[in-house]
Design a protein around this ligand. Structure first.
Ligand SMILES: Nc1ncnc2c1ncn2[C@@H]1O[C@H](COP(=O)(O)OP(=O)(O)O)[C@@H](O)[C@H]1O
Ligand SMILES: [Mg+2]
Length: 163
């Protein structure tokens, strides 16, 4: 397992990832579908078909939240509110990060059976190994880390993350 990944999921230099992508989207409702499609394509391209659906769901929840937050704060110097999505993987896990220009931090809710909202971060928690948020330049990043099942994944020679 990659020690750096498990110890510091959010603070590794870009060069330490086997694969990384970055997508910037205007903070419009249509961005959710774009982010989902992108995440699915990336998961398949990186050899992780078994994780694609859960990656899509997590990306969808985090981007939806960030779009809503971005409407309250654009981020310094930006004329159009944007959200940013980074996907990274190595041989031990897959990391999803979503930036928005709001400094307000996400708070996981504890909804009752009749509550219609407050379930997004619960789902993220269920589908990921760990998640969190940290303040970042002019806003914050919400992240979710998916560690691969122990020993299920093997190193490959072609830079893919799956087996
Ligand atoms: N990116 C974010 N920026 C600011 N606040 C957030 C963000 N994501 C989540 N939150 C806060 O955490 C709460 C819980 O989020 P979530 O579980 O997705 O439920 P919901 O989106 O239905 O409110 C939100 O209502 C919001 O107050
Ligand atoms: Mg939500």
């Amino acid at each position: 397992m990659g020690d750096a990944l498990t110890d510091m999921p959010t603070q590794r230099p870009a060069s330490s990832w086997r694969r990384m992508t970055h997508l910037e989207l205007a903070a419009l409702p249509s961005a959710v579908a774009c982010a989902r499609l992108h995440a699915k394509a990336v998961a398949l391209e990186w050899g992780l078909p078994a994780l694609a659906e859960n990656i899509e769901l997590i990306v969808s929840e985090l981007v939806t939240n960030s779009i809503r937050a971005a409407h309250h704060s654009r981020g310094a110097g930006l004329t159009v509110a944007v959200v940013r999505l980074w996907l990274s993987c190595d041989l031990s896990g897959f990391l999803i990060r979503v930036w928005d220009g709001s400094s307000q931090m996400p708070v996981r809710q504890d909804p009752g059976p009749d509550d219609e909202s407050g379930r997004g971060l619960m789902l993220v928690e269920d589908l990921s190994s760990d998640w969190g948020a940290y303040q970042d330049t002019d806003g914050k990043v919400t992240w979710a880390l998916m560690l691969y099942p122990f020993l299920q994944w093997q190193a490959t020679d072609d830079g893919r993350c799956g087996h």
